[in-house]
Design a protein around this ligand. Structure first.
Ligand SMILES: C/C=C(\C)C(=O)SCCNC(=O)CCNC(=O)[C@H](O)C(C)(C)COP(=O)(O)OP(=O)(O)OC[C@H]1O[C@@H](n2cnc3c(N)ncnc32)[C@H](O)[C@@H]1OP(=O)(O)O
Length: 719
């Protein structure tokens, strides 16, 4: 797991060998310890170079080993043996130096990095802090403000930025190990005291208290409810105020609290879940490892509204050549300007040149004739989309993949309009499409595994986390949102206010509560769908209100708001008031309170006190229940798929893992008991009826999420 070899006469070369990313597993730690001892005891060796095999230095501790019983040597004493070494030790950094990998490099006396290396201390994203001395060493090397920023965000930086910060000594474009060996030879025999970072004082900061106060406030706001960023700030403060050995003790103290926390478990689960969704499968048995993606050199985007523009930007930024089509001349010109400005802004932020040359614009649908893949993003109207798919099928060259960005329509209806339904898949992007990480890749009953593989791969190329899902109403994300929103309306009917519901959800960790979120996305969108479904009937001011529709309880409150022209932020009025159309600051609106009072009076409903616990239980457990139904029916293949969708598309707080993981943390038996309780008092609300899978999981002793598959498989096989 770590190999010592001898090069250039006097250099001991220690190579970490733990593919794919040389994590510091027990065996690797043991290997480093033994190799280091051997090299230091060998009189022929005058200097040491540490590198990683296959072009990757080290991705840090092995996250899979985290738990109560870690075996093998601990990281901290192991890497400090390096710092105290009496021979110069040089880190040859390429690929990645992350977490414990960077801390290993920090205890070396010199750091040489390849220009393409990424460096960082991402422990905070795993619910931890850099607990192998990172919080004490980094501030001594690069100062407190820069360390606070890197440690509390976990951001990966380039070698160029690392050089600028003083984190590495040299950046090379050529062979990193060769450069490091030459460098090691050049410093053999030189004094090392000044190279030992732990011996340096932390650079003085005159307004220390003010800096830490401001950062703490920022962190509390930005990572609401997350404990790791706060511990990171506290640990860096120890570096600024305590001697090194005391600071290390404080780091360990803070780390031990984080290490066993539920938040750390959730975030580490999420790390592996993000990677697991790439190993997709379909009910037919087709999967990622049996299906080959086609290359997509040229793609078209059809319809340049908000979504189409975002998708165009994301494709261009991924280096795909794009044909952007919009039949309305005015909209086409606006889109061209918008896309150009967005690409320019993005290029300025990332320091690369904009990708505008990759895009051609047309108002003629014939322009898509020779592309490899089309993403349709026209208005969410079934008959319009059906017509577009007929046209695409006639125009495109044979084999072109036809994708729809629909968020709710039946993909099979669109596929049935084409000559080759196997080439049709959904690519459901989230607004803004060039920013949001999530992509739902939707397979219809005839979609080929090759089509799914191609859409998944294209998503990855666009920097998305792509999740393959089945074609049910609303797919996975929006389908689960329906009972969540429904419960929030029922809560208003029973006595809650939008403020109370939103506060409970925001304190849980959502960036916005359900009502503020609905105001942002536009209330008219759901209203249109409900009208198409025959649910939203005009209520007016004197009309009869029926709360039972299609045999189940229905709340027309959202429809009533729309009837008053209150569509949310865009009209300046929704569940809140925003001062002007397009305003963003939500203020309570007495009009809404009056409406709720009148509404309850008309229906003979008596408002009762509702607490935050009830809001959370009803909104979240009904959403979780729907997720479990989706798993039961096989429209998602694993709980990880659902959790990734919710964390990356719907603002579910990352440190709570996702709805499925959260349910397992709360206890599936508790979720079942509470749903049973609410369903008993609301028998006309089917989404509160616990699904079969939930009962079965509880009956099987509530296994952890990664074991659910054994049970879902059994249920799905019986369907
Ligand atoms: C205390 C805590 C200390 C001291 C720590 O060090 S905590 C760990 C800090 N390090 C990280 O958070 C780095 C995590 N890894 C990554 O960011 C990326 O994997 C990467 C940038 C290093 C490489 O990215 P990429 O090339 O896209 O590859 P994958 O992400 O797909 O990874 C390949 C497989 O390696 C597994 N992996 C990666 N890092 C770790 C790790 N630290 N521990 C355990 N396993 C790791 C990853 O899950 C992939 O495995 P499979 O999913 O393919 O089985």
């Amino acid at each position: 797991m770590a190999q010592l070899s001898y090069v250039s006469g006097s250099v001991g070369l220690i190579t970490l060998q733990n593919p794919p990313v040389n994590v510091l597993s027990a065996a690797t730690r043991q290997g480093i310890m033994e190799s280091m001892k051997k090299a230091l005891n060998d009189p022929k060796v005058k200097s040491v170079v540490i590198c990683g095999q296959n072009g990757v230095f080290c991705a840090g501790a092995d996250i899979k080993e985290f738990g109560p019983n870690i075996s093998g040597p601990s990281i901290v004493p192991l890497i400090y043996d390096i710092e105290v070494a009496n021979k110069p030790v040089v880190a040859a950094i390429e690929g990645s130096a992350l977490g414990g990998g960077l801390e290993l490099a920090l205890t070396c006396h010199y750091r040489i990095a390849h220009s393409k290396t990424r460096l960082g201390l991402p422990e905070v994203t795993l619910g931890l802090l850099p607990g192998a001395g990172g919080t004490q060493l980094l501030p001594r090397l690069i100062g407190i403000p820069a360390s606070l920023e890197l440690i509390t965000t976990g951001r990966h930086i380039t070698a160029a930025e690392a050089l600028q910060l003083g984190l590495v000594d040299h950046v090379t474009q050529s062979d990193t190990v060769d450069s490091a060996v030459k460098f090691a030879l050049s410093v053999e025999g030189e004094p090392l005291d000044s190279r030992r970072i732990s011996k340096r004082p932390c650079p003085h900061l005159p307004d220390l208290d003010a800096v830490f106060e401001a950062v703490m406030q920022k962190v509390r706001q930005k990572f609401y409810g997350a404990i790791a960023p706060i511990a990171c700030v506290q640990a860096v403060r120890a570096a600024a105020t305590l001697p090194f050995s005391e600071g290390m003790k404080r780091e360990q103290q803070l780390m031990s609290t984080l290490f066993t926390s539920g938040q750390a478990r959730a975030l580490q689960y999420s790390f592996f879940a993000q990677r697991a969704v790439g190993r997709w499968s379909m009910p037919s048995g087709a999967s990622w490892n049996t299906s080959k993606a086609r290359p997509v050199h040229r793609a078209a985007v059809l319809g340049l509204g908000t979504m189409g523009r975002g998708i165009t930007v994301a494709l261009a930024q991924a280096g795909v050549s794009v044909v952007a089509v919009e039949i309305q001349e005015k909209q086409l010109n606006e889109a061209r300007e918008h896309v150009y400005a967005t690409l320019e802004r993005g290029a300025q932020q990332s320091g690369v040149s904009p990708s505008c040359a990759n895009i051609t614009y047309s108002h003629d649908i014939q322009a898509v004739a020779d592309v490899d893949l089309v993403i349709e993003a026209v208005l969410e109207d079934l008959s319009l989309k059906e017509k577009v798919f007929q046209q695409l099928s006639a125009i495109c060259k044979p084999g072109t993949l036809l994708c729809s960005n629909t968020s709710s329509l039946d993909l099979n209806c669109l596929a049935s309009q084409t000559k080759n339904p196997e080439l049709v898949v959904g690519m459901h992007f989230f607004a803004p499409a060039h920013v949001m990480k999530l992509l739902e890749v939707v397979y219809g009953s005839k979609s080929s595994p090759e089509a799914v593989a191609t859409a998944m791969q294209l998503g990855k190329k666009m920097g998305k986390i792509s999740v393959a899902v089945g074609n049910c109403r609303g797919f996975v994300g929006n389908r689960m949102l329906k009972p969540y929103i429904e419960q929030s309306y029922f809560l208003l009917e029973e006595g809650a206010t939008p403020e109370l519901v939103d506060k409970a959800l925001e304190e849980f960790g959502f960036p916005m509560g359900v009502f503020r979120m609905s105001d942002l996305s536009g209330l008219d969108v759901g209203w249109r769908v409900r009208k198409e479904d025959g649910l939203a009937e005009p209520v007016g001011t004197s009309g009869q209100i029926t709360r039972l529709r299609g045999g189940r309880r229905y709340s027309p409150l959202g429809d009533i708001l729309c009837e008053h022209g209150r569509f949310g932020q865009k009209t300046g009025l929704g569940w809140y008031q925003y001062g002007r159309p397009g305003g963003r600051v939500a203020k309570s609106d007495p009009w809404v309170f009056n409406l709720l009072e009148e509404y309850r009076a008309r229906l003979g409903l008596t408002a009762r006190p509702i607490d935050q616990q009830e809001v959370l239980e009803r909104c979240l457990y009904s959403l979780i229940n729907e997720g479990l139904c989706i798993l039961e029916e096989g429209f998602a293949s694993s709980p990880e798929d659902i959790d990734v969708i919710y964390v990356f598309g719907y603002g579910w707080p990352k440190h709570r893992g996702g709805p499925m993981f959260y349910a397992s943390m709360v206890g599936l038996a508790t979720v079942l008991e509470r749903l049973d309780h609410y369903y008993r008092s609301n028998p006309d609300v089917p989404s509160l009826k616990p699904c079969k899978l939930l009962r079965q999981l509880v009956a099987s002793g509530s296994p952890p999420v990664h074991k659910w598959k054994e049970i879902t498989k059994k249920i799905q096989n019986r369907l």
